[in-house]
Write a protein that binds this ligand. Sequence first.
Ligand code: ZN
Length: 121
Amino acid sequence: MSIDKTATQILNLAKKGFTIDLEEKIMKLRVEAIDLQKENLKLKEENIQLKQQLKRKEEFGFDGVVYWKKDDKKYPYCPNCYDVENKKVHLQNYHGGWKCKSCKEHFGDVSFDHYGTIRGI
Ligand SMILES: [Zn+2]
């Protein structure tokens, strides 16, 4: 039931004086208000997350291997750390490709496969 409908019932009951029904409706109104506060808080948090995701999409681009910040073309960012933990970790030059100092993954080089193991050795 909506808060508006409950408030109307409370108003009608209040006209009859303070009764058990009135007290129950006031309690119900409190519960409904708390539920709305919880829902509002959840929606605010979700809105913040969506704004952050949108900002990330505007700031970063994925080239199929690593992420690049639009105003920083010198060092890319780790896709593992970025996608999984939402951490922005610069990659370091490593054997012609890139290495993440956080998750230790290698990217974009020919000496290492996706899992970072050395090929042919
Ligand atoms: Zn990483």
